[in-house]
Design a protein around this ligand. Structure first.
Ligand SMILES: *Cc1c(COP(=O)(O)O)cnc(C)c1O
Length: 519
């Protein structure tokens, strides 16, 4: 089923043509190459015709008229459209194939959501419109809030944070405000070593000192180590559940009880809510604050830096400190916006604002469309199918790939592998690059840090068995080569327009301006 092995093609050798590929899946590395617009356009060409200005008349541009050529390349309109369309197709996307990035929950974005979000009544409203003219839009925010509270069993929700990490900050600022209100100066936030990188970053950004908590041999938080560290200086813990090893933290309730008994608060990173939505209510586990990535669990688009949306559900203890503004439905159905001017005595302890306006309206609309089209039963099935798919992945690969925690039972929504069985000469990076030649986006690699050479695969519930099998076939073929020490793996990707780039230099010394090559 896969390009490299079914065809017998060896990386580093010319790619066979025509019939040689008749036996393969059809998946190929990205083969489109597209030059820069500077390389295909010329300064003599333009896509638009403007009438020549009258030679003798006064210039309407006055002193703003150009005196020298602009020097930008021009293309005709169809050439321009094709250039940008081809560029857009260099992006691997969930609409192109399985996107197995662990921890990212790359789901299909149902087109129904898009249709609803584009309705002019939602798409064209402005955040400064009088509330009487946007009752429908506020109703969407309010109804979504009710669903999120119901699904999590929490007391309230702050809708305005605009991404997961932004939501973490919101939750931690609530904890900070609550401690201030108690007159306590607790400085330490405990974060398990398997945490998402945003967790310690958030705690540090909010002014706390971060201390790590080790994982036990089964990939879960070491309960004894955590409870042993609790004390009057600990503000709280930040725990991802299900955690980044793809495992449910079974001791969550015991952890919450111990943290509360020691006077701290429990932040739960809820980015992995997809694995438990409809099955587990974080409120029942004693959690005080948790962000929900609408762009993960509730299938709003993500990637490319946004837009995302990270509402934060809060316990009763933290609700008084929630940010403004928020919606409030009156007995007559009318929705008001509680803002600084109107909050008054009703919400005096708010820590402030997370964003200028009400949050990511387009994401709210999509998420509510997704929730309503699934219903409570459908959402529960989402979690069940996501977990089923991940376990199918785990069990289909564990004979070839080391799966560090597979022996301790089923995984949640993502399957975790390590590089333990690879030949010495082969790295996790080589395997990820080889997946590109198979026409797939690589999985998350080298994360979580607790596993050496980690590969984290999250298929989500959206993939059919056929598409899982296709990916598994490619992974098996690559794993066999990796375990056997196939040196050609070091050359992957062969079929993509770019081979191995210097990722460090690309990040540290980016060259963002095109310069004409020296003649
Ligand atoms: C995605 C993710 C985050 C951060 O969410 P953003 O929306 O990217 O800021 C935090 N924690 C975990 C576990 C995640 O998977």
């Amino acid at each position: 089923m896969n390009v490299l092995n079914a065809s017998g093609w060896k990386p580093g050798t010319p790619v066979p043509a025509g019939d040689d590929f008749s036996t393969v899946s059809g998946n190929r590395g990205l083969m489109l190459e597209e030059p820069l617009i500077f390389e295909i356009g010329t300064t003599e060409t333009t896509g638009i015709d403007l009438p020549e200005p009258a030679a003798d008349g006064p210039s309407r541009l006055g002193k703003h008229a150009r005196t020298s050529a602009i020097g930008l390349p021009g293309l005709s309109e169809p050439e321009t459209v094709r250039h940008y369309t081809r560029l857009s197709r260099q992006n691997y996307a969930i609409d192109c194939g399985i996107f197995p990035l662990g921890s990212c929950t790359m789901k299909h974005n149902p087109r129904l959501n898009e249709k609803v979000a584009r309705m002019p009544g939602f798409a064209d409203v402005h955040p400064l419109q009088p509330v009487d003219t946007v009752q429908g839009a506020l109703g969407v925010i309010d109804e979504l809030a009710v669903w999120l509270i119901e699904l999590t069993g929490m007391h309230s929700v702050a809708m305005t944070p605009k991404a997961g990490a932004h939501g973490e900050l919101c939750g931690i600022l609530c904890i900070k405000a609550a401690l201030q209100a108690r007159g306590e100066d607790r400085r330490v936030i405990l974060v398990p070593e398997s945490a998402h990188g945003t967790n310690p970053a958030t705690a540090a950004f909010a002014g706390f000192t971060v201390e790590g908590i080790p994982a036990d041999a089964n990939g879960r938080v070491d309960l004894a180590a955590l409870t042993g560290r609790l004390g009057p200086d600990v503000a709280g813990v930040m725990i991802t559940n299900p955690n980044t090893c793809g495992l449910f933290e079974r001791d969550m309730k015991a952890i919450s009880d111990a943290v509360h008994a020691a006077g701290g608060y429990v932040y739960c990173d809820g980015a992995n809510f997809n694995a438990i939505v409809g099955r587990v209510r974080p409120g029942d586990l004693g959690i005080d604050a948790m962000h929900i990535n609408l762009h993960k669990t509730f299938s709003t688009p993500h990637g490319g830096g946004g837009p995302g949306s990270g509402p934060v559900v809060l316990s009763e203890a933290l609700s008084p400190y929630a940010p403004l503004p928020f919606t409030e439905r009156q007995a007559d159905g009318h929705i008001t916006l509680v803002e600084e001017e109107t909050a008054g005595d009703r919400h005096p302890q708010s820590f402030g604002r997370m964003s200028a306006f009400h949050g990511q309206m387009g994401m709210f609309t999509r998420a509510l469309a997704y929730i309503l089209s699934h219903g409570a039963d459908g959402l529960r099935q989402v979690a069940e199918d996501a977990v089923l798919n991940a376990n199918y992945m785990l069990r289909s690969l564990e004979d070839l790939l080391d799966a560090p925690f597979a022996a301790s039972g089923p995984c949640m929504h993502e399957a975790l592998f390590s590089d333990a069985r690879f030949a010495k000469s082969v790295s996790t990076l080589d395997v990820a690059k080889a997946l590109i030649d198979e026409g797939f986006h690589p999985m998350t690699m080298y994360f979580p840090l607790v596993v050496h050479g980690a590969m984290l695969v999250e298929p989500t519930e959206c993939e059919s068995k056929a598409s899982l099998d296709q990916f598994i076939a490619s992974m098996r073929a690559i794993a066999e080569r990796a375990n056997a020490g196939d040196e050609n793996l070091g050359a992957a990707p062969m079929l993509a327009p770019r081979r191995r780039v210097d990722e460090t230099a690309a990040a540290r010394k980016p060259r963002l301006v095109w310069r004409e090559p020296a003649a």
